[in-house]
Design a protein around this ligand. Sequence first.
Ligand SMILES: Cc1cc2nc3c(=O)[nH]c(=O)nc-3n(C[C@H](O)[C@H](O)[C@H](O)COP(=O)(O)O)c2cc1C
Length: 345
Amino acid sequence: MKVDSGKQAELFDTFYLAPLRGVTVRVFRQALAECFAVPDLAVAPFIPTVAGSRVKPGLLSDIDKSAVQSVPLIPQLIGKDADQLRVMLREFKNSGYLRADLNAGCPWPFVMKKGRGCGLLRDVDNLARLLEVGCTEMEKGFSIKVRLGIDEPDLLLRSMELINRFPLCEVTVHARTARQMYGGEVRLDVFEEIAKFCRHPVVYNGDIRSVDDFLFLKQRFPQVKRWMIGRGISIDPFLMESVKAGVQVGRDPERLCDFLERALRYSINEMCGERQVLGRLKELWSYLHTGMADGVRLWDSIKICRTVAEYRRVVAAAFERGIVFKIRIASCLPRCYSETKLQGG
Ligand SMILES: Cc1cc2nc3c(=O)[nH]c(=O)nc-3n(C[C@H](O)[C@H](O)[C@H](O)COP(=O)(O)O)c2cc1C
């Protein structure tokens, strides 16, 4: 394990698609890449480590390289046992991956109770064992995705010295505590401290919903060059294209319609049963509708669809009536954001 990682000045911004379990799955990534800008990288939704030396192939289906993988992909695992971590990392390598990411940010209480996800921050000795295994196995790149803490936003900061000891290729920081789950304000002040003390490249994550959000963060953190977006892209699939261009691109309903049809077709090919297919599309629409002017009414009609044919009819009728996108997707970033904008910053 060579300990020679470190920050180097990067000239260009890199944009990552965040892992959203049940949403940013392979068929979503494929449809997204075919219809909109391709993210520079995507972290796949987490795969749990398992006991024993055999990993069922079904567990790896989302990252299967023999299926279409349209976006450069980093597989992610969640677990707390170093031996199990090694087994899974070897499976990743056998599947053709040189990099992997460890989920140290999942906030669900039943996950943390088992010492997984964000719960890893509670036991630094074990975290050290996992990082040791990860960096030894994945010589071409091992990273972690973390939150600021569990109840208070200072735990990650206190673990920074340990994290700095390992040659990680990057650290993705969702700038919230586990207690906040996915709501409340991101703590940009604490993120700033982390970015200062972390010797690895830092990926900013949390609440990028518009080009303005991105430009604000870019101005606030000029040293950060890596940006991860999750829900923002599920609400507005044009967003990756817009942030890459630095301006909001025109949102053409026909492209969105094409994207949805592909996501549906690919899901039908991949999954057995209409319920599963509809479940996946509904999960996507639970985000998508919030970016539309009349989204709530449409969402109400989609939620109750029981067959794919019915779903197709409801969606086709909506596109025939005309989809109106919200002009601005409300920012979730802290107040200082709007203040900066008012001052013309
Ligand atoms: C439905 C859902 C599923 C998620 N699944 C994962 C996951 O598998 N792995 C992970 O590291 N983070 C996961 N996250 C967290 C996101 O990757 C991301 O950190 C969080 O949504 C904040 O970024 P955003 O505001 O850009 O969405 C999930 C979040 C949501 C809402």
